[in-house]
Ligand binder design. Sequence first.
Ligand SMILES: [Zn+2]
Length: 412
Amino acid sequence: MVPCKISLLLASVFLLPISLPAQQPSSAPKAKPKPRVIMVGVNGMELDIIRPLLLKGQMPNLSRVIEKGAYGKLRTVSGPNCPRVYTTLFTSTNPDEHGVTGFIVGGITANTHMLKEEPIWSMLSKGDVTVGMANVPATFPVMPVNGYMISGMLTRGKNCEDGVLCAPKLSEVTGGDAVYPAKMREELLKNVGDFYIDCERMPSAGDLKQHEGEVIDRWLAKVQTIRDQQTKLFDYLLVSHPTDFTFLAQSCEDRTGHWLYPITPFNVGYNASVNSVRQSAFPDQYIAFDKVLGTILKHVDDNTYVVVVSDHGIKPLREFEEKDPHAHADHEKTTPVIAKHDFADGDDVPGSVFVMGPGVKHGFRIMGLAASVYDIAPTLLHIYGIEQPKQMRGRVLSEVFEGTENKVAENK
Ligand SMILES: [Zn+2]
């Protein structure tokens, strides 16, 4: 059971009354419009897989963001996994400080009641920035914002009682609210349909045995159905509920990489009966993601920043870890995985960041690991002119904006 008392306490701490912006007298000079930010989270985006696709012209939308903006690797935390890193991204504090140290914390599936630090959506809401979020990991149960929030990975529901790496439909959610404000749930069911929240659970070795091709194809088809539903949801939200800050996330790419990473046959864990069936499955996920990005980019104007961010990369199994290197501890040790990301050294699997928008340098590359997941929240606050609170460990990624020297890029 989730401790409700704590949630009430946090709600009161994080949600001070939201004041409306003061009315401007009609004679006042026209104020600069508030910037819009559309942030797209991609779980486990792996640059080793993406770069060849960019070269081949198979990710034209991400190419456009790179050309018109800045990009680079994003240093992540140790033992990175989605809830652990996303919550660091929300708060710019480390996992021990913010409390969401992994999928399971103290025997309970990670949830927003565990948050011990103020998340970015609360700070922006208090700063009169309207906030819209959908499918972002570790946001269940949803919290009140100055806008809307639809939960993502770790949402619990029918056939997904523990909420870990499975996909309840919106109508099947149990154990908390998946939509804020609650009245928006009916509207979504009516206009978008009963969409899956998060991606599909991976098949087990038992499911796969002697039915590999069939199981893989069925799983990939379900993944595409989920992605189509999420694309429809994102498009609907951007049209019908535009907000200053919008944060949308995808998680099927990472899920595919774990068991269908395409390096063969030298991978540790390589199993020809599984891993030779659909070698393009994982790269295909990014090609499909690029189409989702294309839908989102249709809603971008000159006043909009686009931030594509990944919490970590994903690499083939390759070194001894304390845990069984052949099983992904977070995926219940039933799927025959060939790649993972929760290596003790997070620098083995950096995430990535791609930024485009007003005043952002064009074609700028952040070298090395100068940018980190801690820097995203301070940079967002900077865009909205909100002062960075003391507890935040990151910095504003000032090198990506015009008018700053390329110190980091030059790697001095
Ligand atoms: Zn993963």
